[in-house]
Design a protein around this ligand. Structure first.
Ligand code: ATP
Ligand code: MG
Length: 220
């Protein structure tokens, strides 16, 4: 076993007009919280989709726990890509129950435990259409963790949250990480994740750079 949850080697993803990933190589250590920052269109979502096997690389390799990622084999990964979709006219529990039933292996008790873990009330009958944005984010994270993944990938989980919401999300991610989850998350804003992440890298036009300063300051 390597000490790396994710190893990316010379990943290239080309679309007609653009190289969304331009020879990206990076290793994400197991058990840590990793941040990816970068502007709109810099390639963060493409990187995450490639890690999950939702998108096929043009060339290069991605390994999760030492095993090469093949398209459409996202085991062991909890994933939130941009806006998660829930059914507004159902409660939080019923939404997750519906998703769980598609996979047919998650008990009610376990769904409720996941909802509790993110600080929502599993017994609440409130419809999701009446949830605040912060509550929707939490429910999305509950959905991502209900299958007990070892790796949680969160694309812009702080988007649209106010200061208090961001602080609560940070605490939630730290708590999940303490229980052994490796987390990779993206943000437009360095300040959202500087306080939270063990490593930070920046995506710029498909090029990924590790921000050394961050590592130094977090060691100090
Ligand atoms: N399916 C696709 N077909 C063609 N081009 C794509 C596709 N998906 C992404 N791209 C392009 O790849 C580049 C990177 O996009 P990506 O969505 O990864 O950016 P991002 O960093 O997630 O941006 P944002 O911060 O806005 O979410 C962009 O130029 C985008 O237009
Ligand atoms: Mg994106």
């Amino acid at each position: 076993m390597t000490g790396y949850m994710v190893e990316i080697e010379q990943a290239v993803k080309s679309f007609k007009a653009v190289n969304a990933l331009n020879n990206v190589s990076i290793k994400f250590e197991t058990g840590k919280i990793h941040g990816v920052i970068g502007r709109n269109g810099s390639g963060k979502t493409v990187l995450f989709k490639s890690i999950c096997g939702f998108m096929k690389l043009t060339s290069g390799q991605i390994r999760i726990k030492g095993k090469q990622v093949k398209p459409a084999t996202a085991q062991d990964i909890g994933l939130i890509i941009e806006e998660p979709g829930f059914i507004g006219g159902l409660s939080g529990f019923k939404n997750l129950k519906l998703l769980a039933s598609i996979k047919r292996k998650i008990s009610d008790q376990h769904i409720k435990q996941s909802i509790k873990q993110v600080g929502l009330d599993p017994e609440s009958k409130k419809h999701v259409s009446k949830y605040s944005l912060g509550m929707r984010h939490r429910l999305a994270i509950a959905q991502a963790i209900m299958e007990k993944p070892e790796l949680l990938i969160l694309d812009e989980p702080m988007n649209g949250l106010d200061k208090q919401g961001v602080v609560e999300m940070r605490e939630l991610f730290q708590r999940l990480n303490t229980h052994g989850l490796t987390i990779i998350l993206s943000s437009h804003y360095a300040e959202d994740i500087n306080a939270l992440c063990d490593t930070v890298c920046e995506m710029d036009n498909g090029n990924l750079t590790v921000l050394e300063n961050h590592t130094q300051s977090s060691l100090a």
